[in-house]
Design a protein around this ligand. Structure first.
Ligand code: SF4
Ligand code: MG
Length: 320
C-alpha cells in the first residue's frame, strides 16, 4: 500500500479580532491509494476543517497555520495558483452536503459538466467533453438522455449523483465527501454510497469521507480517524471502531450509535460536551468526560501511538 495523501502536524486556526481558536491541533494521518478514509467525531471536532484544508479551501477567518498535506510527496499547502488549478478537479474533487444546491439552476446539467471538463482538459474539445459527460451519467446511473435537463428537473438524490459525476469528471485521485448524502432520505443515501463504493473499486480513487452517521461510515470506509476537540484520538480499521475500540472516546461513540442491523437500541450517550476550544483542559482533552481519567491524564497530553495487536493508533495513557 502506498500513501496518496500524508497529513503531517496539520494545524488550523480561526483568527478572531481578539483571539485565536485552534480548531485542528497538529494532526497526522495518511490516506492510502484506493482507500476510503473516514473522519468521525461530534460536530465542532474539526473534521470539516481538515477536509477544507486538504482541498485548499480554507478561507479567513480560517487559517492553516502549520503542517503539511503531501500529495505523492508534494506539499499541497505550498501550491501556487497554477499548480492549484491543476490540483482541483484533476487530482482532488469534492462533494459537499449542499453540493446539489450549488448547481446553477439556469444552466443545463450537460453544460455544467462540460464546463468543468473543458476548463481543465481543453484538449478534449467540446465533442470529447460531451462524450465524457455521457460516460459520467452512465457511471452514476442516470440515463444520458437527461443530460440536457436543468437541475430542477431532477430529484435531490439525482442532483447529488450529478455532483458525484462532476467530481469524477477529471478522474481525480481523491474525492473529498463531507456529509455527501445527509440531506437525502436513508434509502437514497445507501444507494448512492453503494454506487460510490462500486465506482471506487472500478476507478481506483481514494475517498476522504465525513459523516455523522457512524454506521454508514463503518460500512463504507477502510479506515476511520476519530477526532475529538481538534485532535485525532484514534485511527483504526473501520470494523475495529466497533469491535475493538482502543480509546475511551471511540468506545463511547460506538456505544452511542445504534447497531448496524436489527432494532435500534436505546442510545448510551456520552455525558458532558466537548471542551470549549478557547479554554482547553490541561493534559488529555477528553479527561473531563472520561470514566477512566487518572491523575496523569490531567497533567500530560497523550500522543497518538501505533498498537500492532489492534492495528490501530490511539492517544490514551490507559494503553501504555
Ligand atoms: Fe481517558 Fe486518560 Fe485516556 Fe484521556 S488519556 S482518554 S482521560 S484514560
Ligand atoms: Mg461538518
Amino acid at each position: 500500500d502506498r500513501a496518496l495523501i500524508e497529513v503531517r502536524n496539520l494545524t488550523v486556526d480561526y483568527v478572531g479580532e481578539h483571539s485565536v481558536v485552534r480548531a485542528v491541533h497538529g494532526i497526522d494521518f495518511d490516506i492510502m491509494e484506493g482507500e476510503a478514509f473516514g473522519l468521525a467525531g461530534e460536530s465542532g471536532c474539526g473534521k470539516s476543517t481538515v477536509a477544507f484544508a486538504l482541498a485548499r479551501l480554507t478561507r479567513l477567518p480560517g487559517l492553516v497555520s502549520g503542517g503539511q498535506v503531501r500529495l505523492n510527496g508534494e506539499d499541497v499547502l505550498k501550491f501556487n495558483k497554477a499548480r492549484l488549478k491543476a490540483y482541483r478537479w484533476n487530482e482532488v474533487s469534492f462533494v459537499f452536503q449542499s453540493a446539489m444546491n450549488a448547481l446553477n439552476p439556469v444552466i443545463s446539467v450537460a453544460e455544467q459538466i462540460m464546463d468543468v471538463i473543458e476548463t481543465h482538459e481543453p484538449s478534449l474539445g467540446s465533442d470529447g467533453a460531451r462524450a465524457r459527460a455521457v460516460e459520467l451519467f452512465e457511471l452514476v446511473g442516470i440515463p444520458p438522455a437527461r443530460l440536457d435537463d436543468y437541475p430542477h428537473q431532477f430529484s435531490g438524490g439525482m442532483r447529488q449523483r450529478i455532483c458525484i459525476a462532476i467530481a469524477l469528471a477529471l478522474k481525480p485521485k481523491l474525492i473529498i465527501m463531507d456529509e455527501p448524502t445527509t440531506a437525502l432520505d436513508v434509502v437514497v443515501q445507501r444507494d448512492i454510497i453503494e454506487q460510490i463504493v462500486e465506482l471506487k473499486t472500478e476507478l481506483g480513487f481514494s475517498v476522504l469521507f465525513i459523516t455523522h452517521d457512524l454506521g454508514l461510515m463503518i460500512e463504507f470506509c477502510d479506515r476511520i480517524g476519530i477526532m475529538y476537540s481538534g485532535e485525532l484520538v484514534e485511527v483504526a480499521p473501520a470494523e475495529a471502531i466497533l469491535t475493538d475500540p482502543q480509546h475511551p472516546y471511540t468506545r463511547a461513540l460506538g456505544n452511542s450509535f445504534p447497531p448496524l442491523t436489527g432494532a435500534r437500541v436505546r442510545l448510551e450517550g456520552i455525558s458532558g460536551t466537548p471542551p470549549d476550544l478557547r479554554s482547553l483542559p490541561e493534559g488529555c482533552r477528553f479527561a473531563p468526560r472520561c470514566p477512566h481519567a487518572m491523575e496523569r491524564c490531567r497533567l500530560e497530553a497523550p500522543e497518538l501511538r501505533f498498537y500492532p495487536t489492534s492495528q490501530s493508533e490511539a492517544a490514551c495513557h490507559l494503553l501504555n
